[in-house]
Write a protein that binds this ligand. Structure first.
Ligand SMILES: Nc1ncnc2c1ncn2[C@@H]1O[C@H](COP(=O)(O)OP(=O)(O)OP(=O)(O)O)[C@@H](O)[C@H]1O
Length: 274
């Protein structure tokens, strides 16, 4: 929560801090962090939670972030979404450094899907109003058609527009949360453990849906997860974090084969596979 943050890292000033650190331009770079640092607390209480993390995610790529609990994954994701403006280093979208405080145009392109579909939907809002709201905020036209289309795309169908969250299963709620993110046609989805609150059988359905949506819409995913099966199913590349640092990047294939270079990663993969 931004209100609880008393991070002491200096906010990055747009286009000022990284001129000498930014890697050479790649044509299709969608998301990048350059030497990202996030700390909480002051003085002896200060804790560096994200420490010099540089990642680069291409357009259309699905990138996973894994690591033990407390290693800084969600903190990194929150900085990317603009929920924590107190960071050092730089965050770039489509080669442009972002101001730590994001504007509406940013959220038109980048949407977030959270872990808990029970907490993320307003209990007194019909699906229709949940989906209408982002269209109004972003001044988009053809609202009725867009609502029907997105309900079809996420596999619920138009009749679901009249349901309230308590009339939906966990998997259906997560589909609505996905529909809410997709309805404004973003390019990037930031996914924070999007299946971990769901039953195992439903997890597979949502993962398959995410896979299909990415292919159909050429979406870019950045996904935080504990779950190696999720990574193997959905991610092209994975970063392993440990105590705030990026330890190693691997392809999904390398993860499946367990061919890590770093001893910590080898242990982490072995433990996660039990
Ligand atoms: N607002 C905050 N103020 C102080 N400390 C924080 C704050 N947010 C996170 N932390 C601390 O930062 C560390 C990393 O937390 P983070 O939520 O990023 O971990 P994570 O890797 O996502 O863990 P998990 O997998 O359990 O969700 C933790 O020690 C946490 O207590």
């Amino acid at each position: 929560m931004t209100s609880a943050i008393n991070g002491s890292a200096q906010p990055a000033t747009a286009a000022s801090t990284t001129a000498d650190k930014t890697p050479p331009l790649a044509v299709d770079r969608m998301i990048e962090t350059v030497d990202l640092g996030i700390a909480f607390g002051k003085g002896r209480q200060r804790k560096q939670v994200v420490d010099g993390v540089s990642i680069s995610i291409a357009r259309g790529e699905s990138y996973g972030l894994i690591g033990e609990s407390g290693c800084g994954k969600s903190t990194l994701l929150r900085a990317l979404t603009g929920q924590n403006p107190h960071y050092a280093g730089a965050i770039l979208y489509q080669n442009r450094e972002q101001h730590p405080v994001r504007d509406k145009a940013f959220y038109r392109q980048i949407q977030m899907v959270f872990q808990d579909p029970y907490a993320s939907l307003h209990p007194r809002k019909m699906v229709y109003h949940t989906l209408l709201e982002p269209l109004v905020i972003h001044g988009m036209d053809r609202r009725e058609t867009r609502i029907s289309d997105v309900l079809d795309a996420i596999g619920l169908g138009d009749a679901f527009r009249y349901r309230y969250p308590h009339q939906l299963s966990g998997g259906q709620r997560q589909r609505v949360a996905l529909a809410r993110a997709l309805i404004i046609e973003p390019q990037v989805l930031l996914l924070d453990e999007p299946t971990s609150a769901l039953d195992v059988s439903v997890q597979a359905e949502i993962l398959n849906l995410l896979k299909t949506l990415r292919r159909e819409r050429n979406l870019t995913y950045l996904m935080v997860t504990h779950n190696l099966a999720v990574v193997a199913h959905l991610c092209d590349r994975v970063a392993i974090m440990h105590q705030g640092k990026l330890l190693e990047e691997m392809t999904a294939d390398e993860i499946r084969r367990g061919s890590a270079t770093e001893p910590y990663t080898q242990q982490f993969l072995a433990a996660s596979n039990h």
